[in-house]
Design a protein around this ligand. Structure first.
Ligand code: NAP
Length: 269
């Protein structure tokens, strides 16, 4: 381990980290955490304004970042971003596939369009990110760390989110399958499987169109989540970012093909 102390091994100074979904929630918290620990964060999101806002916040805090618009479901754009980052920054050491969407509805009535949409972002988007990052990392001779967003939904099925759960279970197997191929090149591939975290994705149940919160609805959604979680709490994006930072850093140098589960204990696998 190059760091002189264990705590220093959690730092990622001088590394270049691409984070998808960095405009919001867990992706944003992960970009902030990686930049706070010394990385240059390439903040990618389908919305260029939110990606740029995350990058601006990092720079305002004294870190290094840039914001970039990216639709992870467009393979050529994902590849182009990877190549451009290599050209501009000299390499890619960390790539976090965090972008994701939710589609809900009863299994028996799920429209094909919905299935195609969620597969394109949550499964193929992660695949494209893994490929683009992996190709760079296996050739740059410095290794690398890829982190994919799975979910507790991959462990514990819930009604009305079958297509989402299928994607997240697929991300787990994708992570393991890739890890066995690229480990010999020093590239680690791991996943995080969060439990319920308050973000834009989960807040849609109780955030009104004008941005205010329907507190009764919030309690109706979050209350049962909290009560059914062994730690009696729901997660914050930073709880997941901590796991992402660990997996990205040399502190996790012996970890690959693994799924970390910051979930308050809702699934124990
Ligand atoms: P979020 O706040 O909605 O953040 C997701 C970000 O990804 C948003 O900025 C979203 O933009 C962006 N995005 C959507 N489609 C994209 C695309 N095609 N290309 C690039 N960016 C895209 O959600 P989150 O809760 O932080 O979720 C982050 C990841 O964690 C997801 O993969 C999610 O499935 C996973 N996860 C979340 C939870 C939870 O409880 N929050 C639990 C387990 C797993 P838009 O806002 O425009 O869609």
């Amino acid at each position: 381990m190059q760091a002189t102390t264990l705590i220093e091994s959690f730092r990622v100074d001088g590394k270049v980290a691409v984070v998808t979904g960095a405009g919001s929630g867990i992706g944003k918290a992960s970009a902030l955490a990686l930049a706070g620990a010394g990385a240059t964060a390439i903040c990618a999101d389908i919305q260029d304004d939110t990606a740029q806002a995350t990058a601006d916040e990092i720079v305002a805090n004294g870190g290094s970042a840039e914001g970039v618009a990216l639709d992870v479901s467009v393979r050529t754009d994902v590849d182009a971003l990877a190549q451009r980052v290599v050209t501009d920054r000299g390499g890619i050491h960390i790539w976090c596939n965090i972008a994701g969407i939710m589609v809900e509805g009863p299994f028996l009535e799920a429209p094909e369009d919905d299935l195609d949409r969620i597969l394109a972002v949550n499964l193929k988007g992660v695949f494209f990110g893994c490929q683009a990052a992996g190709r760079v990392m296996v050739t740059q001779a410095e290794g690398g760390s890829i982190i994919n967003a799975s979910s507790a939904a991959a462990d514990a099925p819930s009604p009305d989110i079958a297509s989402y759960a299928i994607c997240k279970a697929g991300v787990v197997q994708m992570t393991k399958s890739m890890a066995v191929e690229v480990g010999k090149k020093g590239v680690r591939v791991n996943a995080v499987a969060p439990g319920f975290v308050l973000t834009g994705m989960t807040g849609r149940y109780f955030v009104r169109p004008d941005g205010t919160i329907d507190e009764a609805m919030q309690e109706a959604v979050v209350g049962p989540m909290r009560r059914h979680t062994p730690l009696r709490s729901i997660g914050e994006p930073e709880d997941i970012a901590a796991a992402v930072l660990y997996l990205a850093s040399d502190a996790a140098r012996f970890m690959t093909g693994q799924v970390l589960r910051p979930n308050g204990g809702v699934a124990m696998v």
